[in-house]
Design a protein around this ligand. Structure first.
Ligand code: NAD
Length: 400
């Protein structure tokens, strides 16, 4: 019998708002959780939109002011699905109100915001308040499995980490969404995509990035169409542009950032993020080469892990394709029979489940980053940008 209830207050009703609503709805169906999940309330920006959203996704009540969620005693956790510039304000206010906070990545658009969030989380933690960051790719079964393989010593000493996150929706016809405005997003592909692969590299290897030794930042599309409303889709499909002969505004973020780094266990690493890699739609890839073996992961084939066992006799070595859908793989057993494959949404469902596990004093399948952990990723992102702009190596210890 579950005697604890976790009341969720969601902020944001667009791409991530949908992914998280689905996650909170589905987690108690696929996982045995120590708490009831109550989809208590959702906050959006307009009364009509948020009411429709609440009805469609099964939220009990709704508001056009997220601050209303903070005074609702039935809300125990604020789930923050807002653009990057809103993260800190919502999270810090929620923590001060004694609510647990699960925040979308990157932790914030700027290092200063991220630091303030980390500090607010540390203060709230003294009263038992917890924080979580939605680095959802940790919960792809293949990625969690890769993490387990490293922990079990299957790779031995790690030499290389090669990570790239390539998308192609950010070409010249994509309008000036918040994602292309430095004041709102903080950065472009860097905070959006490199944040994920830096988190994945840290998570899988258990090593910290210690130094960024070289980096470059490029903005290919300098100006974009100004819009009146975003349309909600990631590439601004359905966005309302200004009148004909449309006005252009300056894009103030990177379109691509590439950098080279050293890691604490002696591995060297490369990271590459762009939204203009034509033909690569959501190609989040990581390859790790160790003394005893190597693996490769590509999110566009998310159910698979490519594995090379270097302990086999030379004549038996070769890449094998492991379908990470067996009940013995992390998370997979909570869903469907073997090879009845999982999709994008399952990472979010699994994270919602693990969040309820942590708050119900049970162990998550794999660790969820909290604000302090996500701040470490943010420091790496900051070091890469400083390195690109100053053209000199930057030790992570220089980024406070
Ligand atoms: N984990 C992932 O894979 C992943 C994928 C996409 C986006 N994200 C992150 O999720 C966050 C949101 O991204 P998105 O794609 O959903 O953005 P979006 O622009 O599609 O949606 C943002 C939502 O926030 C709402 N909002 C904006 N300001 C608000 C405010 N002051 N109060 C209440 N609501 C407000 C908007 O109305 C909208 O519903 C970003 O931080 C982004 O980096 C993460």
């Amino acid at each position: 019998m579950k005697d604890m209830t976790l009341g969720i207050g969601l902020v944001g009703t667009s791409f991530m708002g949908k992914a998280h609503s689905n996650a909170w709805m589905s987690a108690p169906k696929f996982f045995e959780l120590p708490m009831h999940v109550n989809m208590r309330a959702v906050a959006g920006t307009t009364v009509q939109d948020v009411a429709e959203f609440a009805q469609r996704w099964g939220w009990q009540c709704c508001t056009d002011d997220w601050k209303d969620l903070l005074s609702d005693p039935q809300v125990g956790l604020i789930d923050n699905c807002t653009p990057n510039y809103v993260h800190a304000e919502v999270a810090i206010a929620a923590l001060a109100a004694g609510k647990h906070v699960a925040c979308e990545k990157p932790l914030a658009g700027t290092l200063a915001d991220a630091r303030a969030m980390r500090d607010a989380a540390a203060k709230a933690a003294k009263k038992g308040v917890r924080t979580f960051v939605w680095f959802n790719y940790r919960r792809c079964p293949a990625v969690a499995f890769a993490h387990q393989l490293v922990k079990e010593g299957k790779l031995g000493r790690i030499f290389h980490v090669r990570a790239s996150y390539l998308q192609d929706w950010g070409g010249p016809s994509t309008p000036l969404l918040w994602r292309f405005q430095g004041k709102l997003a903080g950065s472009g592909a860097h905070g959006d995509l490199n944040a994920h692969i830096v988190d994945m590299a840290r998570f899988i290897t258990g090593q910290e990035v210690t130094e960024v030794v070289g980096a470059l930042e490029e903005t290919f599309v300098k100006e974009r169409d100004i819009i009146e409303s975003s349309g909600g889709a990631i590439a601004g499909k359905g966005a309302k542009r200004t009148a004909r002969g449309s006005r252009k505004g300056k894009s103030t973020v990177d379109d691509a950032v590439l950098f080279l780094a050293r890691m604490s266990g002696g591995a060297v690493a490369s990271f590459e993020a762009t939204r203009l890699a034509t033909g690569n739609q959501n190609r989040n890839q990581i390859e790790v080469n160790g003394e005893k073996g190597s693996f490769k992961f590509d999110f566009e084939r998310m159910n698979e892990l490519q594995w090379w066992d270097h302990t086999l006799p030379a004549r038996m070595r070769g890449w094998s394709r492991i379908m990470c859908t067996d009940a013995s793989h992390p998370y997979a057993g909570n869903y469907w029979p073997a090879a009845h494959v999982l999709g994008y949404e399952h990472g979010f469902v699994s994270q919602a489940a693990d969040t309820a596990m942590v708050l119900g004093k049970k162990k998550p399948v794999v660790a969820i980053p909290d604000f302090a952990d996500a701040y470490e990723t943010q420091r790496v992102l900051e070091a890469a940008i400083r390195c690109a702009r100053t053209r000199r190596p930057v030790a992570i210890s220089e980024v406070k």
